[in-house]
Design a protein around this ligand. Structure first.
Ligand code: KIV
Length: 276
């Protein structure tokens, strides 16, 4: 009856929430990337990526918007479904887009759609203490949740740009308290974007659930980057934490494999990718 989930005897058993927790406990770095379609999902999965995020960054890197704000639930479902078809091992997390989780009921309805229509295994939402009730409600309904803290791109117009967060002590303490409260509310993963190394370290040590960082330094449990940044496709000024793996590799598969190996070996991020 449970054979689909257990996949006994498979060479590459699928990653699930327990695998990710065990990786944190065993101090095995978790390699994560975004993907937006089946072909790239296949490459990313094959390279050994543990977690694949269908990020609402697709609004910027696929749809050509300046921010993630215009992305809709239907957009996320469409891309999530494509990515799911390319994966065999990686754990699939899909973003809840801007204003799709303003009440517990709306959050539940949209996360159910992302899981049923988009084949997501977990949903990710941006938010601090204001989202605790939402996370609690989703967790109560057994919806796996990743809580995104630090730089929250959906709030770009409120915070006045894509900036490093948590640089002053009060903001850093608030972020650490929010992370703990979100875990206690039922979040299964915390994602930290664009924070000083020290904040990444403190939050990671304080939590039992895995902490995935993007521009959060080397001391988090896993790293994630936007795939198009890793492949040097993204136009314009790139954040400090980006490393273009096509600089040293001639083909896409080799570049993705090198990123995964660097995360696993602790070679990414290097000091030049970090904030103090
Ligand atoms: O939307 C996205 O791709 C993300 C990453 C920046 C982590 O949230």
């Amino acid at each position: 009856m449970y054979s689909q989930l257990q996949q006994r005897g498979m060479d590459r058993p699928p990653v699930n929430v327990s695998t990710l927790r065990k990786m944190k406990a065993d101090k095995q770095p978790i390699a994560c990337l975004t993907a937006y379609d089946a072909s790239f999902a296949w490459l990313v999965d094959n390279a050994g990526t543990d977690l694949v995020l269908v990020g609402d960054s697709l609004g910027m890197v696929v749809q050509g918007h300046d921010t993630t704000v215009p992305v809709t639930v239907d957009d996320m479902i469409y891309h999530s479904r494509l990515v799911a078809r390319g994966l065999s091992r990686s754990f699939l997390v899909t973003d809840m887009p801007f204003m799709s989780y303003t009440s517990p009921e709306q959050a539940l309805e949209n996360s159910v759609r992302l899981m049923q229509e988009g084949a997501a295994m977990m949903v990710k939402l941006e938010g601090g203490s204001s989202q605790i009730g939402i996370v609690e409600y989703l967790a109560m309904h057994d919806i796996p949740v990743c809580a995104h803290l630090g730089l929250k791109p959906q709030s770009v117009h409120k915070i006045g740009g894509f900036k490093v967060q948590g640089r002053d002590a009060e903001q850093a303490q608030q972020m650490a308290a929010d992370a703990k409260a979100l875990q206690d509310a039922g979040a299964d993963i915390v994602l930290l974007e664009c924070v000083p190394n020290e904040v990444g370290k403190v939050v990671t040590e304080a939590l039992d659930v895995p902490v995935i960082g993007i521009g959060a330094g080397p001391d988090v449990d896993g790293q994630i980057l936007v795939l198009y940044d890793v492949l040097g496709i993204t136009q314009g000024r790139l954040p400090r934490f980006v490393r273009n793996y096509m600089d040293d590799h001639n083909d896409i598969a080799a570049a993705i494999e090198a990123y995964v190996a660097d995360v696993k070996n602790g070679n990414y991020p290097a000091p030049e990718h970090c904030f103090s």
